[in-house]
Ligand binder design. Structure first.
Ligand code: NDP
Length: 328
């Protein structure tokens, strides 16, 4: 194994703004403390949340800040207190700041060893978005076979995995997306019906479900779709609002939930993975689905670290389908 250098390449921000604030630079390689491992990242997963931290919608802990919250690579050093994750193991991790960098220090309790049957790029591509989709289907939506489900942005990273998982649990799934090409992908992935987001989505949902509405909605689009969600959710339905791709949902008057006894929730994936047993259970289930081919992991593109700005532009301009990866 090559020795760990003192300096590495990283992409940081020193202020919030557009893609011009992304700085490709040399920074010191971090060193491990108690309970930590040092990972030579091979891929960072790009997630929409990275754009929120860049723009300032979500606050970073400090400036300068290395962006990126998901990585996969090999363990190159471990603190003496760490057991169970040997140097040389391939691992994937999320939640830790700073994966737009060649090395990351990670709490060993956050790292999962990648099974031999799964390649490092697929692990990085499936992990954060896959755990989001799977915990939300299981715990946030508690989706049952035969229920009507609707997924917004159904050809995106999380959306593309949601429709596949909803098919696996036997839901009747409607996907929305902004182009016919994206709708076609959503149908291929398991949506029984698709609706162009520029159409009258509420009217189409009523038509497809013969007036019933959808029992559960997975909405990562946010501001632009929330009002329609309230209209097309079925009586006693569950709205899972989990993102802000079009902007944050403004404060909601709780009385809007009353007429149809609607349940509304705003979950975060980490909340379902807070203890090690849950992290291992959901990660194992996810990697089984990947290894067996039950889940098709679509990688939109792999960008060199230097070109992170282009990746941010691509995801924000709604050009992308599936996962964006940064090669390190
Ligand atoms: P995606 O790959 O899904 O990209 C976002 C998609 O949103 C676009 O492709 C686009 O699809 C759709 N979209 C609709 N309106 C807009 C708009 N105005 N600008 C840009 N895109 C728009 O991203 P991710 O899979 O990374 O994330 C999806 C959502 O899930 C995000 O909101 C993210 O924050 C959230 N998320 C939440 C988590 C949680 O724990 N709560 C965890 C992970 C993700 P189309 O062109 O078809 O409309």
């Amino acid at each position: 194994m090559a020795p760990v250098p003192p300096i590495m390449k990283a992409v940081q921000i020193s202020q919030n703004g557009g893609v011009e604030v992304l700085e490709y630079k040399d920074i010191p390689v971090p060193t491990v403390g108690d309970g930590q491992i040092l990972v030579r990242n091979r891929y960072a997963g790009l997630n929409y949340i990275d754009t929120y931290f860049r723009s300032g919608l979500y606050k970073v802990p400090q400036f300068p800040q290395t962006l990126g919250r998901e990585g996969a690579g090999e363990v190159v050093a471990a603190h003496a207190s760490v057991s169970g994750i040997p140097v040389g193991a391939r691992v994937v991790f999320m939640g830790t700041y700073g994966t737009y960098a060649e090395y990351s220090v990670v709490a060993a309790s956050d790292a999962i060893v990648i099974p031999d049957s799964v390649s490092t790029d697929k692990a990085a591509a499936a992990y954060l978005q896959g755990l989001t989709a799977w915990t939300f289907v299981r715990e946030a939506g508690e989706v049952k076979a035969g229920q009507w489900a609707l997924v917004h942005a159904a050809a995106g990273g999380v959306g593309g995995l949601l429709v596949q998982m909803l098919r696996a649990v036997g839901a009747k799934t409607i996907g929305t997306a902004s182009s016919e090409e994206k709708c076609e992908l959503a149908r291929k992935n398991g949506a029984g019906w698709t609706i162009l987001s520029s159409d009258d989505v509420v009217a189409k949902v009523k038509e497809i479900t013969e007036g019933h509405g959808v029992d559960v909605i997975f909405d990562g689009v946010g501001k632009d779709t929330f009002d329609a969600d309230i209209e097309m959710i079925a009586r006693k339905g569950q709205i899972v609002s989990f993102g802000n791709a079009s902007g944050a949902v403004p404060p909601v008057n709780i009385l809007r939930l009353t007429p149809k006894c609607i349940k509304l929730m705003r979950p975060v994936v980490g909340g379902y993975l807070a203890d090690r047993a849950s992290l291992e259970k959901y990660s194992n289930e996810l990697f089984e689905m990947v290894a067996s081919g039950k889940l098709d992991i679509l990688i939109h593109d792999v960008y060199p670290l230097k070109e992170v700005a282009r990746a941010h532009q691509d995801i924000e301009s709604r050009k992308t389908k599936g996962k964006l990866l940064i090669k390190l």
